[in-house]
Design a protein around this ligand. Structure first.
Ligand code: 6GU
Length: 428
């Protein structure tokens, strides 16, 4: 890989003699030539800039100087002309990967207001040359030099033989997974009063992997929702969806991408109370929920439209939260209802997981120790998802207080072909 850097500040690039990039130069994996743009000026003052046509503040870099410089450093074969600019395309890991396959990358570091636009226009017409205008982010620097260093370093480390352990490339932020990296720790176990998360010292590799994935997803939800938006649902498991649901992200109707919904809780006093949105059969459902003495309704609102509700009502006592013993603790029942377009297993799981998460955080106020949920008997996939959330199947349909309602199904025609699953809310 041959980098040719054109700049009016060649001194700036001594940074590239350090560290791994410096070593790569010594080992001949990369070659970095830094050229002074002024070498291609023809006037006595070595001037590289001029006033802008059309007026305005600042100066513009002259096209003849740039073209002479680019022509002169360009070698044989395919090359990339990389032009740092705050108006360029935001640089991404994918771009670096593509550029790492080039033979030569010429980096044109502009200063002042930038380079005369005809320079990129001209080279974009040339065969065997890709013009790539890129930005480091939405802020302004004085010139392209910092961005040139970033490009050289970012591309170099992807070259074969560059990074000692290739695994460290696949697990990093902005790697193939498309999410940020999980938080990392080293010794000591307690630092200034802060203890390392316990799971990391447990020796349980499966649990460590799961925790790392959970934390990476959470961090990405908090810092980079734009990355979450781009995740493909096909590559997300039930536990992933459960974590994402904490932040209001659900697998929506199309299932290809996640949808950001507003998740909220409303007290439920009667059919008039909860916002129906566009849910069909909502009033009917509200009437049944009122019959059941629903206390709350959780709702998910997507683009102003209610796409799901989950009614929470008291349900007598737990039959068997953990397959047996406890027959006397108070239970509640969660009755989710979905907009037909959103009634998919994946959305059910995410929305239910989110509702359970909300219920759990209030478990103390509510004093319910378990939660019932009704699931279609034939839907094995959904049952499997719920099991992976921690639900267990129990005998019978609903517990006593609710079973009288069997003929009057809330959940969109689900009925005697349902099974009941239970989830422990408070761990005593
Ligand atoms: Cl590539 N150049 C300049 N001048 N400012 C920037 C930038 C590039 N990326 C972010 N700000």
């Amino acid at each position: 890989m041959h980098f040719s850097i054109l700049t009016i500040f060649p001194q700036f690039f001594s940074a590239l003699d350090c560290s791994l990039v410096g070593k790569a130069q010594e080992r001949g994996i990369i070659r970095v030539d830094v050229h002074n743009l002024r070498d291609w000026t023809s006037d006595v003052h070595h001037s590289v800039d001029d006033v802008p046509y059309g007026g305005g503040a600042g100066m513009v870099m002259r096209p003849q100087v740039w073209a002479a410089a680019v022509d002169s450093v360009r070698g044989a074969g395919k090359a990339v002309l990389a032009v740092p600019s705050p108006a360029g395309k935001p640089l991404r890991q994918n771009d670096l990967l593509r550029l790492s396959r080039a033979r030569q990358i010429i980096i044109a570091c502009g200063r002042y207001e930038g380079i005369d636009s005809r320079v990129t226009q001209y080279y974009a017409q040339q065969r065997d040359l890709e013009v790539f205008e890129y930005s480091l982010g939405d802020y302004v620097l004085n010139g392209g030099e910092v961005a040139a260093v970033a490009l050289v370093e970012g591309v170099s480390r992807l070259l074969p033989k560059m990074v000692g352990n290739p695994d460290s490339l696949t697990e990093e932020s902005h790697g193939a997974e498309g999410i940020l990296e999980y938080p990392i720790y080293t010794r000591p176990a307690v630092f200034r009063g802060i203890r390392v998360p316990e799971v990391l010292t447990s020796g349980n590799h499966g649990a460590v992997e799961r925790w790392r994935r959970d934390e990476a997803l959470r961090k990405t939800c908090r810092r980079r929702p734009d990355l979450i938006q781009n995740l493909s649902c096909a590559r997300l498991g039930a536990r992933d969806l459960e974590v994402l649901a904490e932040y209001g992200w659900f697998a929506g109707p199309g299932e290809a991408r996640l949808c950001k919904t507003e998740f909220g809780k409303a007290d439920f006093a009667g059919p008039g109370e909860a916002r129906p949105g566009s849910l069909p059969a909502f009033s009917q459902m509200c009437a049944s929920a009122a019959d059941l003495g629903a206390q709350y309704v959780y709702t998910a609102v997507y683009e102003g439209k209610t796409v799901a509700c989950a009614f929470v009502s008291a349900a007598g006592e737990c039959v068997s939260p953990k397959n047996g013993e406890d027959g006397h603790s108070p239970a509640c029942v969660l009755q989710p209802v979905f907009d037909p377009a959103w009634d998919t297993d994946r959305f059910r799981v995410g929305f239910t997981a989110r509702s359970v998460h909300a219920l759990r955080s209030e478990a103390e106020n509510l004093a319910y120790s378990c939660l019932y949920l009704r699931v279609e008997k034939g839907n094995r996939d959904l049952q499997r998802y719920y099991r992976s959330l921690g639900f267990r199947q129990v005998r019978g349909i609903f517990p006593a207080a609710v079973s009288g309602n069997e003929g009057n199904h809330i959940a969109g025609g689900r009925g005697k072909t349902d099974i009941t699953m239970v989830f422990p809310l408070s761990v005593e």
